[in-house]
Design a protein around this ligand. Structure first.
Ligand code: GLN
Length: 492
């Protein structure tokens, strides 16, 4: 039997090894589980599914490898706000610690149909609310590049395990940046498809007008492969839409000549010189391949409004759609004398502080006296921001920004801050919200390393131009040729 450190292979390469018989489904699962153990100190797992995974690998070992199914026996992990039938789905919240869904999310059932093997449900910032990976009911998630630093969130565990080379792909959700920010902080690829492209049926909502299911990988090609299995109109999600694009993997090309790309003009901002140099160098490379690259300014007032508008809309939507977490319908119940007391006791004990704070702000924004000046106004400003993006996409195929101006901060630095809007907020940290506001396809890929930690770059397109985003990401990542040092690490 060939001995491999399989984490370095793309999904297509793993598939070829399976077809040739050089590896078996059991080799894949054993090596992933071994690696999961090695990285157990990341606290990335809520529920391990190792027994089921081993059973499934054993079963698949007796099957002929499905030649046209690239996900056959490929291990993955799933964010724990995504329902798995008969297996706990807690959303990293105390209010759901006992919740075992009687149904499967569409995403999980599509991956099951492909015979991909789910190894674990991964840790998230409670109910998807957070950007740091520090707000799960089971504690902090640690960045595999350096455990003193955050992974980012809310899809923290999924990002950490792909970065550590435990699995070739992971599924997450992205309402504001929850896939693309942790991907930047962990040095991996993080993709948020066009809103409506992947079904959210069976996914715990946070803010339904923004919520999107997406993908983490180490290779852009792998995103296209997984997308081919997940894009399907689903009647169980009324926002699900059919796509004109199909065969993302087959159509993936690094020939990007003729494209027009807008890049946010960062000239007036202070950021790390070496990062700026890599960024500018990359854009120059792009223009060398018959791509028109223009640096653009975006209305500063609208950029400043990104975070407050996001907070009002998403917190308001969360307050409303989490009203069913009352201890009656499902989840943990703290009984009281009547409904009101039961609900209050349950919710007081069940939610963490970040979530509670968000409900307070969300309820205030929806309350009769404030709805017009807060919620309605926020939606109007969201429209203005979307209009600006539409203008850009009328002229350009893609819009490139930085997912964050810094690498992952230290955990202790974040703990010192509170969740209130600081007086001087750096809105460069909020640019990923743009894609959620108008439902754009958006992908983060690793760009370079600063002080031993990765930093990324983010590419956006108009909705339903996912192929363009993937092609550009493929071209750029070929040029960047980023090395995830964790993938090279051998298991003993
Ligand atoms: N970081 C953002 C927040 O804290 C986004 C979360 C998300 O996309 N789920 O709300």
């Amino acid at each position: 039997m060939m001995k491999i450190n399989y984490q370095q292979f793309s999904i297509e390469q793993l598939h070829q090894l399976l077809v040739k018989g050089d590896i078996t489904p059991e080799t894949l699962i054993d090596s992933a589980l071994k690696r999961l153990k090695k990285f157990s100190n990341l606290n990335a797992v809520v529920t391990s599914l190792h027994k089921d995974a081993e059973k499934k690998a054993k079963k698949l070992a007796n099957w002929t490898v499905e030649q046209d199914n690239l996900l056959f026996a490929i291990p993955f992990v799933l964010k724990d706000n995504i329902a798995t039938i008969g297996q706990k789905t807690t959303a990293s919240s105390n209010i759901l610690v006992n919740f075992v869904p009687s149904y499967d999310s569409t995403v999980n059932s599509l991956l099951k149909n492909r015979q991909a093997i789910n190894l674990a449900k991964t840790t998230l910032d409670e109910l998807g609310m957070g950007g740091d990976g520090l707000y799960a009911n089971t504690g902090y998630v640690y960045n595999p590049w350096n455990r003193e630093h955050i992974t980012g969130g809310s899809s923290s565990g999924s990002a950490a395990l792909v970065a550590a080379g435990v699995v070739p792909f992971a599924i997450g959700t992205d309402t504001g940046d929850s896939i693309r920010k942790p991907a930047a902080f962990c040095g991996i690829v993080g993709y948020k498809p066009t809103y409506g492209l992947i079904s959210r049926n069976g996914v715990f909502p946070y803010a339904p007008s923004l919520d999107t299911v997406g993908i983490f990988t180490n290779h852009v090609d792998d995103v296209a492969i997984i997308l081919d299995s997940l894009v399907k109109k689903d009647l169980n999600d009324f926002t699900s839409v059919a796509s004109n694009e199909t065969n993302y993997f087959k159509n993936l090309t690094n020939d990007v000549s003729g494209l027009k790309v807008a890049v946010l003009n960062y000239d007036s901002y202070h950021w790390d010189k070496s990062v700026k140099a890599s960024f500018d160098h990359l854009m120059k490379t792009l223009s060398g391949y018959q791509v028109k690259v223009d640096y653009l300014d975006f209305d500063q007032e609208l950029l400043k409004a990104l975070l407050p508008v996001y907070m009002i809309i998403s917190f308001a939507e969360a307050t409303s759609c989490h009203a069913n977490l009352d201890g009656i319908n499902f989840g943990v119940r703290k009984p009281g004398k009547n409904y009101r007391e039961t609900m209050i006791k349950t919710r007081t004990a069940g939610f963490g502080n970040v979530v509670k704070r968000r409900y307070v702000i969300g309820s205030y924004a929806l309350s009769e006296g404030h709805q017009k000046e807060l919620f309605v106004k926020a939606k109007k400003i969201r429209r203005l921001i979307v209009q600006e993006l539409e203008k850009i996409f009328a002229e350009y195929d893609a819009f490139i920004v930085m997912p964050s101006s810094n690498p992952a901060p230290k955990i202790k630095t974040i703990l010192k801050k509170t969740e209130t809007l600081p007086k001087k907020h750096d809105y460069l940290e909020d640019l990923l919200l743009l894609a959620n506001f108008n439902g754009s396809a958006s992908i983060t890929i690793p760009l370079t390393i600063v002080d031993g930690l990765p930093i990324g770059i983010n590419i956006n397109s108009a909705p339903f131009k996912d192929q363009t985003v993937l092609n550009l990401a493929k071209f750029l990542s070929d040029k960047i040729n980023f090395k995830n040092k964790l993938l090279g690490e051998k298991d003993e």
